[in-house]
Design a protein around this ligand. Structure first.
Ligand code: NAI
Ligand code: 15L
Length: 265
């Protein structure tokens, strides 16, 4: 690949992928509304608000693939979610439509199904049960991507990331954790697949404890290698198990199900 655009490159996942994707494309075009530091020789840095249509149109020009990590990543005021996750996504897909349909990996979230219980095992056919406005914005993103696929053939991997951090930090993450290395290998499968389509993929490592079934996406050849289980003993020793009736122990979305609708200023 000649040029991969990474939005949200100043965020947690963006920073983790920035260093791990060196060599994945000749050039990494890194974008965020926040400071991106100094560009290495293989990098282009672009400060851009996803809500700014003209800026996003320019941002996407010349890119062969897009790793879309940018946006509001937790529950927040609707106005902020509206700009970054709804308007921002529309701007991105319109820019992709104009600039030759570069393949997109959209960082969706487990919070599109946050109201399923942890004793339920679901696949991608399960109706969405978002646990807040943030989750709803990811449902919108998945639907928007699907529409651009059906109408224009725009390919997108809709990756419902569980919890992608260095290691699981609570008991809930023993089921939903995805390691950085497994995310990198998923990115490779998504951008190198001869045919992608518009699949929903659960972004989880090969954890012993699983709520989600990825068998429909076997054609991508993604084989996550890490397993949150190796952290169980450490977790048990350092963190108290959540009360059995608490949101963290009952719902797949954990505490997000308890978030209020945040008041605007
Ligand atoms: P993060 O909050 O650390 O990074 C998001 C980045 O987007 C930030 O650097 C922020 O400045 C940028 N951003 C926010 N509004 C923007 C706007 N209007 N214009 C341009 N940039 C804007 O989040 P993180 O953890 O890195 O997640 C990346 C993506 O993956 C997010 O879309 C998140 O919803 C999704 N995700 C992450 C999970 C995780 O476990 N890290 C789990 C599920 C989904
Ligand atoms: C998400 O969607 C968030 O972006 C991330 O910060 C975590 O909270 C993750 O879900 C999770 O559910 O652990």
């Amino acid at each position: 690949m000649k040029r991969l655009l990474i939005t949200g490159a100043a965020g947690g996942l963006g920073r983790a992928m920035r260093s791990r994707l060196v060599g994945f494309a000749e050039t990494l075009r890194l974008s965020d509304i926040a400071d991106l530091g100094t560009a290495a020789s293989h990098e282009e840095l672009v400060t851009c608000d996803l809500g700014d249509a003209a800026a996003v149109m320019k941002l996407v020009e010349g890119c062969d693939g897009i790793l879309h990590l940018g946006g509001i990543s937790v529950e927040d005021k609707f106005s902020k979610i509206l700009n970054a996750n709804l308007l921002g996504l529309y701007n991105l897909y319109e820019a992709a439509r104009v600039h030759g349909h570069p393949r997109i990996l959209f960082a969706s979230s487990n919070h599109v199904v946050g109201f399923y219980r942890q004793d339920e095992h679901i696949d991608v056919k399960a109706p969405m049960k978002p646990d807040g406005l943030y989750g709803v914005s990811k449902c919108f993103g998945e639907a928007l991507a699907r529409m651009y696929f059906e109408k224009f053939g725009q390919e997108t991997a809709l990756v419902r990331i569980g919890s992608c951090f260095e290691k699981p930090v609570n008991h809930r993450m023993l089921s939903g954790w995805m390691s950085y290395d497994d995310f990198v290998s998923l990115i490779g499968c998504v951008f190198r697949a001869p045919m992608l389509g518009c699949p929903v993929i659960w972004g989880i490592s090969n954890n012993d404890s699983k709520w989600w079934d990825n068998s429909h996406a076997a054609y991508l050849g993604w084989k996550p290698k890490d397993n949150a289980e190796i952290y169980r003993a450490e977790l048990e020793a350092t963190i108290e198990r959540p009360a059995p009736t608490s949101a963290m122990a009952v719902y797949q979305g954990g505490k997000f199900v308890e978030d209020p609708i945040f008041a605007e200023d």
